[in-house]
Every structure is written in C-alpha cells, then in structure tokens.
Design a protein around this ligand. Structure first.
Ligand code: ZN
Ligand code: ZN
Length: 413
C-alpha cells in the first residue's frame, strides 16, 4: 500500500523531459564554476525556475538564486542544491568533461542542480496535487563553507518566506539506486587550522646558527597523528588530516618559517574543543622543544557545523522514498566524516532532512574489487576525485527523491 505522496510523486515524474535534463547536466558539467563565481550556473537554474512559474531572485549572497511558488495554505518547504565546482583537473575521459582546465564538477553539484531544476518543474506542473509554498534554492560556495551563511546574511528569508522545513541531498559513491537516511547526526563538523612555525633562517651548511622550521614542522606533523589515536576515546569518531605543508625555497637555505594546514572532523563539540586544544599544545610544545624564537601562530579557520537531521522529518521522507523506490533501497549509513554547510540555511534549529543518493555506475560497481559494500566502497572513486563520474541513470531518481519528499510535507489537508 503506497501513500498518496508516493503515488503522486511517481505520477508527476513519469514523463520528465529526460533528454533536456541530461543536456542540462552535461552542459553544467562542461562548464564548472568555482565557489562564488557560479554566475552561469545560477543563470541556467534561474531561467528554468522562471519558465516553470517561480518568482525568482539572483545574486543572493553573491551568486545564490532562489525561486518561490506560492500554492495555497500549508507549510513552506525549502529544496536546496549547491552549485559550485572544485579546482580539480578532470580525468574522467567523458565526452562531456570539463572544458575549463583545472576546474571540475568533482563533487556532483552539477547533478544536484539538475535534480533541483527537474523537481521544481515537476512540482510546478503538478501544483494541483499539493498545497503550501515551495522555496527552491541554488546555493553557491558549499565547498568553501560560505555559501549558505552568505545567502541567509544577505536576507534570503526577508526576501522570501522563511521555511518551516528544509530538504537537501548529495550524490555519493555506492551502487546506484540506494538512498542513505540517518535520523540524527549524518555529517560531521569540519574545522580548518593553520599553523605557522617560526624558525631562524640561515645557511644549510651551518645549522648550528639557525633553527630549522622544516624539521620542527615534520616533528609537529608526526606528533599530530597522536591526537586521535592517543587522546580521543575509542568510541568517539574523529579525523585529523594534515593536508598542506609548505616551507623553503632552495636545498641549501634554512628558511625562517614553515606553514602547516590541517583539517579536523568531529561529531561532538567537546571532542572538537579537545582536538583544537591538543593541536595548540602540540604546536607550542614542538616549537619550544626545537628552540624556536617565537611561539607558533595557530589559527582556527573555516568551519562547517555538524549536519543533524530532524528525526521526525527524516523518517517521513525516508518512508516515502522507501515507497517510491521499493524494499531494500533505503539504508542508514550512520554519521559520515564528510561535512556540509547546508545547516547554515536552517538557523535557529529549523528542522531539515538531508540524505545521500548513491551514484556509482552499475558496471563500475560490479567491476570494483571486494566482497561487500564496505570493500567496494573503498575501491570506487569518491567525491573530489578527478575521476568522480556519477551515473546518468540517477537523474530521474534524484528528482523523485525531492518531489516525493516535498509532497510528503505538502500534502493537501
Ligand atoms: Zn565537495
Ligand atoms: Zn558536495
């Protein structure tokens, strides 16, 4: 027995303009744009929203776009897609690969925009089946963590109705056709930290006259590996990755400083605070041990909040997805170590549901080595890889998830 929302969603998405949507996807994939430079992408989405009868505005928080469809009494439901690409040189070999050197939709946000455009169109065409207000948001700069907050700060919810509930989704690796729902914490908090180690420069042949920041930075990077393994309880989830280390110009010059950038992922605020304190302590300790002339500078940079689904909203959406896609298609992946700025669109505890859509092409998945889901997951390309290539067969399903999720929340009284 399926609910009216599931039946209506299947009905409204039974004759989607699939070819046109594929063309949109390929076009977006060919023309990736960096965070806060998504002018062309925003324009494409804006155009489709206006054609579908939405009242739109662009340039929100820089390059954000939003469209509203008022359709009688009922809640305000926000559907969101992020739009930015990454500084990655594409290696997929696809016929519609990026035409911009060094820039690629390596996180699938081009697919997200296409899903959103298709869902907005289907829900507009089927507006006699639901009641309420739809707010559709094309968000810039997810990758830098600034886009969602920027749109809200720029008055998104003064220019448009404030949502009662928000929905968002992300393409992830996994055999195409699964939908990951977790009724609570689904994505981790992310925090960037920069460290500057101050040494004393000198000639490479006379280290006794200098304090080499390269060696200190190396000890520091090694010691930082003990933060998670020695200071965080086994039951807590945390990651610390040093992603960048930079120092020096020539083999025979001892430079004056070294720079280290690292990123931590945490699932609770106490663990986050403990890790930041440990990084500060270890940086100060290593520099003191080396005899650095000054204490290191430790700067906490960009951070993403944890993504915590409203359990009730997520269960409703997962239930309708289960009806639309059938038995065995919904799984609970538990909290992931990835991060999102989507929660910034939901200030003051607005409830939301955020889920994953697996998008690895079936032939790639079948060919991947491994006997179970976890082994195969480790073998296929992940988001941000130069070979990340979601399967086009997920185009209609990713529209159905949004349409059915929205309908479950916008049912006519
Ligand atoms: Zn990403
Ligand atoms: Zn992403």
């Amino acid at each position: 027995m399926t609910s009216p929302a599931a039946r209506t969603a299947l009905d409204l998405t039974s004759d989607l303009p699939v070819t046109a949507l594929e063309d949109l996807y390929r076009d977006l994939h060919r023309h990736p744009e960096l965070s806060l430079r998504e002018h062309r992408t925003a324009g494409k989405l804006d155009e489709r929203l206006r054609m579908a009868g939405y009242e739109t505005a662009d340039g929100i928080g820089g390059t954000g776009v939003a469209g509203v469809l008022r359709n009688g009494e009922g809640p305000v439901v926000l559907l969101r897609a992020d739009m930015d690409a990454l500084p990655v040189q594409e290696e997929t070999g696809l016929p519609y690969a990026s035409e911009t050197p060094g820039l690629m939709h390596a996180c699938g946000h081009d697919l997200h925009v296409t899903w959103l455009a298709g869902a907005a169109q289907a829900l507009s065409a089927g507006r006699d089946t639901w009641s309420g207000t739809l707010l559709v948001v094309g968000q810039p700069a997810e990758e830098t963590g600034l886009g969602a907050a920027g749109m809200v700060a720029d008055g998104l919810y003064e220019r448009f109705p404030r949502p009662d509930v928000l929905l968002g989704q992300h393409a992830v690796p996994g055999p195409a056709g699964l939908y990951g729902h977790t009724p609570g914490l689904i994505l981790s908090a992310s925090t960037d930290i920069d460290i500057v180690v101050h040494g004393v420069g000198g000639h490479g042949s006379r280290p006794e006259t200098a304090v080499g920041p390269v060696v200190t930075a190396c000890f520091l990077v090694t010691r930082l590996q003990t933060v998670v393994s020695r200071e965080i309880a086994a039951g807590e989830a945390a990651v610390l990755t040093v992603g960048r280390i930079e120092a020096g110009t020539r083999p025979n010059i001892i430079p004056t400083e070294a720079r280290i950038s690292l990123n931590i992922r945490t699932q609770s605020e106490p663990v986050r605070e403990r890790m930041i304190a440990a990084v500060r302590r270890i940086a100060a300790g290593e520099c003191a041990a080396a005899g650095c002339p000054r204490e290191p500078e430790v700067t906490v940079g960009e951070s993403f909040p944890p993504t915590v689904n409203d359990p009730e909203t997520d269960r409703r959406v997962a239930a309708v997805h289960g009806e639309v896609f059938g038995t065995g298609t919904i799984l609970d992946p538990g909290p992931a170590t990835a991060s999102e700025d989507f929660p910034h669109l939901a200030p003051d505890g607005l409830p939301y549901a955020y889920w994953f859509v697996t998008s690895t092409p079936p032939d790639v998945w079948d060919a991947a080595p491994g006997d179970d889901l976890a082994e195969k997951l480790a073998a296929v390309t992940s988001n941000h890889s130069p070979r990340f290539a979601p399967d086009l067969s997920t185009l209609t399903p990713g529209i159905r998830t949004l349409v059915s999720g929205a309908l479950a929340l916008l049912e006519k009284a």
